[in-house]
Design a protein around this ligand. Structure first.
Ligand code: FAD
Ligand code: NA7
Length: 548
């Protein structure tokens, strides 16, 4: 029988890994957490770029499970900034004395299921190997950085940064800064640094629709009111689709008069938040072309009213669908009224190459730069799984399995057939929501399924004990059935088939990385429905799994 080092290894020490550790320790398992980073925080450890913040409002971008801490732990603005989220996660880890289970600067390089002994053997960058019964990945949806494939990338002699791997120090004063990328991250960093740099050029491939965030300090009365309503707030959040703290609209856009539509959009604009603008105003912006165009027209008008230079306004104005992760900002379009801020439309004037001194554009212009920032996002969702070899039964890798199934497929976003006891937190085809509530729901389900597997395997071990009294190395096997994976994938396909998100090129359908398959990667049914699916599975005696 193989010696195990721990019952479970959790890879990743962000929001997901921390809560999973807490629950498994509480249930009496021996657990280790590793992370490639040098400390806790996940996303909030790596993304230290200026302006980095949540676009979920502060009061629900946190854990719900520690009621006392929820009320006592202070937040001061409508949105939490990177240092605050990092500080919060560090605080939770201290509060529950979790560091003793954690090992940093340790990357999982590969993992192999040993079928004979029913254990996972994980090899790490430190040279260590861990043998465990459960391998739980908390790798994050958005943690493998994506660099554009632009000629000359390694020639630039100035300072280069990627927002997803930001150092602890930087100084851009009196510097000429170029930023490639204007997604959520690009919008945040452009807004944050424009006023402080000598010159800023946004190299924009696709213009974005962004609405105000509505950020600002919260009053004591506001916080007290939230604190007194937390039970009902979390109930509402868990029973909603996107979990952003508002009731999603059930009103179709075209069912109201043009005046009323304008009023509703304006109200959402004034209140702030991208998800509110897309999902609280009307119920069909993400699925109806006509409805979508109404939202687009409203935002385009706001851009033209905000940006003074008509040429800059033209370049900043999108004309495709409003169907990417809905952005919000603290004055993004306004930055382009500054004389030191310019924009290059890469669709009109592509980058020819990166040179020692800056960026060479196709029209012959050379932009001299001291600093080049890549805000080019992530190889999202399955990127972290595909870059390492995770091998299940018969030595087949996850990558090969997904090549066979036609995409990053799972059961419930957590389980893959032929990969027993490999459990993913927010793996492919997990709900598309504000993430902490979904993480909690999955992590609680995972803790329960492990507890059940442990209990049942204990009784099996006693029954199966051999003539020497030694238990057989059977142990617990939590493994999804192939048909459960198929059905879940079909459901995710079905739920996303009308979404306009499918028709835009973004990370949500895997279309932001050259060569990556454009495919469904999220469950679009919302958290309330997802929870019902989980409940049905539990009530049915864990349907979709091999008996365990
Ligand atoms: P992460 O926080 O990504 O942690 C994953 C960890 O796994 C990382 O520390 C990484 O180093 C580690 N890891 C990965 N691979 C390995 C390996 N092979 N070996 C060892 N360690 C490994 N979500 C929202 O819901 N609302 C928001 O407002 C929001 N804002 C965001 C803003 C930014 C700038 C970014 C990048 C993301 C944002 N997100 C937001 C998504 C965010 O990632 C999640 O909310 C949440 O932080 C995810 O937590 P996690 O624990 O699942 O993963
Ligand atoms: P995103 O949303 O994927 O944005 C990446 C940006 O980088 C986007 O503007 C891209 O343009 C641009 N990009 C990517 N590759 C290139 C190349 N080769 N040339 C020029 N421009 C390029 O990543 P973010 O980090 O902003 O946000 C990801 C999530 O993290 C976000 O949704 C939040 O949840 C937090 P494109 O639009 O593809 O034309």
């Amino acid at each position: 029988m193989a010696q195990i080092d721990f019952d479970a290894l959790i890879v990743g020490a962000g929001f997901g890994g921390i809560y999973q550790l807490h629950l498994l320790v509480e249930r009496g398992l021996s657990v280790k957490v590793i992370d490639a980073a040098s400390d806790v925080g996940g996303t909030w450890y790596w993304n230290r770029y200026p302006g980095a913040m949540s676009d979920t409002e502060s009061y629900i971008y946190r854990y719900s499970w520690d009621k006392e801490d929820l009320i006592q732990y202070h937040w001061k603005d409508h949105y939490v900034k990177q240092p605050e989220v990092l500080g919060y996660l560090e605080h939770v880890v201290e509060r529950y004395d979790m560091r003793k289970y954690m090992q940093f600067n340790t990357e999982m390089e590969n993992a192999q299921y040993d079928e004979a002994n029913n254990v996972w053997v994980i090899s790490c960058s430190t040279g260590e190997k861990f043998t465990v019964r459960y391998l739980i990945t908390a790798l994050g949806l958005l943690s493998k950085t994506n660099y554009p494939n632009i000629p000359g990338l390694d020639r630039f002699q100035g300072e280069m940064y990627h927002t997803g791997k930001w150092p602890r120090q930087h100084d851009f004063k009196n510097k000429r800064v170029g930023i490639i990328g204007n997604g959520s991250t690009g919008v945040q960093i452009i807004t944050a640094i424009s006023k402080d740099v000598k010159q800023l050029v946004s190299f924009q491939r696709t213009p974005q629709y962004s609405v105000p965030s509505g950020d600002g300090p919260v009053s004591k009365e506001y916080r007290d009111s939230i604190n007194s309503r937390y039970d009902e707030i979390w109930k509402q959040v868990r029973n909603s689709r996107v979990c952003f703290g508002f009731e999603e609209s059930n009103v179709p856009t075209m069912s109201v008069s043009a005046e009323k539509r304008e009023r509703i959009f304006e109200d959402a604009w004034q209140r702030g938040n991208g998800f509110r603008f897309m999902f609280w105003t009307f119920n069909d912006i993400a699925i109806s072309e006509e409805a979508n165009e109404e939202a687009c027209k409203f935002i385009r008008k706001k851009i033209s009213q905000t940006v003074k230079d008509p040429e800059k306004a033209r370049k900043l104005t999108p004309h495709d669908y409003y169907a990417r992760r809905p952005l919000c900002d603290a004055g993004y379009y306004e930055q382009f009224n500054r004389p030191n801020v310019d924009i290059v439309s890469l669709k009109e004037n592509p980058i020819e190459s990166i040179t020692e001194k800056g960026i060479q554009l196709s029209d012959g212009t050379h932009c001299d730069l001291d600093v080049l920032i890549f805000a080019t996002g992530f190889d999202a969702v399955d990127g972290n799984f595909n870059r390492i070899a995770i091998k299940g039964r018969n030595g087949e890798s996850l990558k090969d399995h997904w090549a066979k199934t036609g995409g990053p497929t799972t059961y419930l976003g957590c389980f893959v057939p032929e990969f027993p006891n490999l459990i993913m937190i927010t793996g492919p085809n997990s709900p598309f929501t504000n993430l902490p509530p979904t993480l909690e729901v999955q992590i609680e389900f995972i803790a329960d399924i492990i507890a059940r597997a442990e209990k049942n395997s204990q009784s099996k071990l006693q029954v199966n004990g051999n003539s020497n009294g030694d238990p057989k190395p059977a142990g617990p096997v939590v493994e999804a059935l192939p048909e459960a994976e198929d059905n879940w994938t079909r459901l995710c396909e079905e739920l996303s088939k009308d979404s306009l998100f499918r028709k835009t090129d973004s990370w949500i359908f895997g279309a932001n990385v050259p060569g990556k398959k454009h495919t469904v990667m999220f469950y679009f049914g919302g958290l309330a429905e997802y929870r019902k699916e989980l409940q049905k599975i539990v009530d049915g005696g864990y349907t979709g799994f091999k008996p365990f």
